[in-house]
Design a protein around this ligand. Sequence first.
Ligand code: Z5A
Length: 213
Amino acid sequence: MTTVRGKFISLEGGEGAGKSTLLAGLRECIEGHGIELVLTREPGGTGIGEAVRSIVLDPLHHGLAAETELLLMFASRSQLVREVIEPALRAGRWVLCDRYVDASYAYQGGGRGQPVERIAELERWACDGVQPELTLLLDLPVAVGRARAAGRGDADRIEVEADAFFERVRASYRERAAAEPGRFRVIDASQTPAAVLLAATRALTPLFGEAPR
Ligand code: Z5A
């Protein structure tokens, strides 16, 4: 019997957009359809990736060059694709990833000004054609997201950036969503958590039609 390849879904958004909050509800929804799900995150998701995460987010590493930051994001991603995402999809499991390659276009491209062609080249190399079927973009005014995240305490190396940085990140995400309407669903993340979950589960509905029950 041939195994039906699993579905790959990514969650994106600015700081405090509610990705972690949404993950739990989405997990329940997907597993409720009898689907085996792998939850993961970027940067991180593997032993090597989590080590990279601690390097890129450590506020002590304020000297990290933008080019190095970009390469580290893709180093973590390359490992995650090979160790976790591709094997899971091949085994018929679904993968729900808290951030994926769009985050590099938004943060390192939009935020830091790294050239898009450079990011696209790294994507070809690191992702090996593995792309989400669906990307949920939780869109929120920067000030609202930052106010939510402020309640959490210690800011990481990226969270200490100025509002202008996060405005560029948001603009970049929205541009990518507009350019790929077939893959992206933009969700108004200023709604209540329940309304955000409802919008997200609606966006998932077409994928369930093809899943084994
Ligand atoms: N990064 C990068 O630069 N390049 C890359 O390629 C990748 C990542 C992959 C780590 O990401 C950093 O790495 C991130 C981008 C960069 N840096 N920044 N900034 P992360 O995803 O681990 O961390 P994050 O973006 O800082 O996530 P977050 O701030 O934890 O956001 P969230 O998970 O989307 O939010 P949350 O924890 O679910 O919610 C935040 C608070 O808001 C919390 O108190 C909730 O209870 C509350 N909340 C959530 N939803 C709502 C609603 N709907 N209403 C009201 N309150 C809410």
